[in-house]
Design a protein around this ligand. Structure first.
Ligand SMILES: Nc1ncnc2c1ncn2[C@@H]1O[C@H](COP(=O)(O)OP(=O)(O)O)[C@@H](O)[C@H]1O
Ligand SMILES: [Mg+2]
Length: 286
């Protein structure tokens, strides 16, 4: 065969990264896997009725890493995040395809106990949502539900430890019996974080956890995220690029349901590879 024939025989290389928006099997730029994954997701598609919201997303969450998910409003960040602890199960028309594993275990398998899954993969929402119970009972709730304490004094220790880890103990130790809903917004959000960590999760999902908070309360949560990542993996959706840059080690950029690019946060924000990522971080759209 002469040279021309060899070249003719080569498959046409598709430059997927150039037209992600037209390609339902778009392949993310960057390394989607990590060596030490707490959770793995492969080829995830999500539909609401017949409308597809997530296209072929594969992305691992590393142990003890803070992974930020960014992208324009409506690009599927919350949808993807909710796949990770089956929160989408609560939406009737939502259908998920693909493979999602926690420590190697298929979280969508029939044997998976969803209540237990949501303890292992905790979630903190945009708007703080303490139960209409005392500060103490908010934190003790999941511990009791899962039978994780041996005695009342053991439970007291777990509650105190969770509130300390959430950076809230000093502010509430003298009002444990007062309603959690009476705390300030920032305190309520830290109470929700205490509630999640009291049951020793492996991963904490946070969906724009600071967007209802003032800058001081936001700074406290950001400090806390850094501290928490010593013990847990954290996946945080944020519309603030500054926040993603401050708190995360890896950043994933979503656009119209596709994971366009993922990489080390400092690289994504200074030298992204994909033109869509660059367009977003330089403020051309979003
Ligand atoms: N409960 C729902 N029912 C129908 N469509 C939804 C629902 N939630 C989200 N969507 C759609 O899915 C897409 C992604 O939304 P979402 O995950 O909320 O994006 P983001 O969090 O990035 O703003 C959007 O087009 C949105 O309208
Ligand atoms: Mg959202």
């Amino acid at each position: 065969m002469n040279q021309t024939a060899i070249e003719d025989a080569k498959p046409i290389e598709r430059n997927n990264s150039d037209d992600p928006l037209n390609d339902p099997n778009y392949k993310t730029v960057g390394e989607v896997t990590v060596p030490n994954a707490a959770m793995t997701t492969k080829n995830v598609d999500v539909y609401y009725g017949d409308k597809q919201a997530i296209y072929n997303v594969s992305l691992d969450v590393g142990k003890n890493e803070v992974l930020a998910m960014i992208g324009p409003s409506g690009c599927g960040k919350s949808t993807f995040l909710r796949c990770l602890n089956r929160m989408n199960d609560t939406i009737d028309i939502c259908r998920i395809e693909g493979d999602i594993r926690l420590d190697g275990e298929d979280i969508y398998s029939r044997n998976m106990d969803v209540v237990l899954l949501r303890a292992r993969v905790g979630m903190v929402f945009q708007k703080p949502n303490p139960f209409p119970k005392s500060v103490y009972d908010n934190v003790a709730y999941g511990v009791n539900l899962h039978g994780l304490s041996r005695s009342k004094s053991d439970l007291d220790d777990i509650v105190e430890d969770a509130l300390k880890r959430a950076g809230l103990w000093d502010e509430v130790s003298d009002r444990l019996n007062q309603p959690g809903t009476g705390l300030s917004g920032g305190q309520q959000q830290r109470l929700c974080i205490a509630r999640a960590i009291a049951i020793s999760p492996e991963i904490i999902l946070m969906d724009e956890p600071c967007s209802a908070l003032d800058p001081i309360a936001t700074a406290k949560i950001e400090e806390l995220i850094d501290e928490l990542s010593k013990h847990y993996s954290i996946c945080i959706v944020t519309h603030s690029m500054q926040q993603a840059a401050r708190v995360s080690q890896r950043t994933a950029y979503f656009h119209l349901g596709k994971l366009i690019e993922v990489g080390a946060t400092d690289i994504i924000f200074t030298n992204p590879s994909h033109r869509l990522t660059e367009g977003y971080i330089t403020g051309r759209f979003g």
